[in-house]
Design a protein. Structure first.
Length: 285
């Protein structure tokens, strides 16, 4: 090989090595385009999902004026607005009978118990988290935790203007304005509010009075030992023909009732109350 040929070969190898080194440097160095893309990506604000549009129940509640403390006060007084009753779409007759709201529940306290018979409701004990079902077809008038003492509370409006309440729930599953069928799951049994243990504080109200629901329950209400909780069973469909076995009376105050206007969560000018002491022998207020 001539000397000039050897010089050309060495030069070619040097150029190849330089080209390889240059290519490696380019590959490892960040490109201007990549930098720009990264800067633009960092500058972009995070995507925020738009709130979901209100559903049929929410729109119905707004249109009818349901779901707030004012509505809860009227319902707890047993005085639903006529257009609320019409909105149930269930006709003018009363439900007739009521489904026992807790499948494996049992009565722990009856209507008219307590000092002076103030407890005008039925307390139904059961396991924490048990399903609480609607006693009859109806419209959810209130489903929140703002009424003093009741904890998480669901109130239903039924045909003919009857009202049922389900208090102290672990969690409300129904929402104001929702239409529910008889037996629909509306809450989970709990012990929120003024409560001594897991149970449902169940009230039946009609024409401004609290009524004893025990004779209307199907299956028949029982106590924890399996004994019948009601002396007999009745059916109540016509408002002006109340069975004698169903007692109704104006709401009574708890003996330790203390009126506190302006207390947050208290419904003023309604039966909602604030209590000083625990009452004896019962499961709740």
């Amino acid at each position: 090989m001539s000397r000039s040929h050897r010089r050309r070969s060495a030069l070619s190898l040097s150029m190849i090595a330089f080209a390889a080194a240059l290519a490696g440097a380019v590959a490892t160095a960040p490109s201007a385009t990549a930098d720009k893309v990264a800067l633009v990506a960092r500058a972009q604000p995070k995507m925020v999902r738009a709130p979901a549009p209100p559903g049929p129940a929410e729109l119905r509640a707004v249109r009818l004026g349901l779901g707030d403390l004012k509505a809860a006060g009227k319902l707890l007084a047993g005085r639903p607005e006529p257009h609320w009753v019409r909105a149930t779409g269930a006709g003018e007759s009363l439900p007739g009978t009521l489904r026992f709201p807790v499948g494996k529940g049992y009565v722990t306290r009856g209507f008219g118990s307590g000092k002076g018979g103030y407890h005008q409701a039925v307390d139904i004990g059961g396991e924490q988290g048990s399903k609480v079902r609607a006693a009859a077809e109806g419209l959810v008038g209130y489903a929140s935790g703002g009424v003093s003492g009741y904890g998480n509370l669901v109130i239903l409006v039924h045909a003919g203007g009857a009202i049922t309440t389900y208090a102290h729930n672990q969690k409300n599953l129904a929402v104001a304005g929702q239409k529910v069928s008889k037996g629909a799951v509306i809450a989970l049994l709990g012990s929120t509010g003024r409560s001594k243990g897991p149970h449902v504080h169940f009230e039946l109200l009609f024409q401004g009075k609290n009524c004893d629901p025990m004779p209307l329950f199907r299956p028949a209400a029982k106590r924890k030992d399996g004994a019948p909780a009601a002396p007999g069973l009745s059916n109540w469909k016509q408002a002006n023909k109340r069975p004698k076995s169903i007692r109704c009376a104006p709401r009574k105050h708890h003996p330790d009732y203390v009126k506190r206007p302006g207390v947050p969560g208290t419904v003023l000018d309604t039966p909602a109350e604030v209590f000083e002491d625990e009452d004896e022998g019962g499961s709740d207020s």
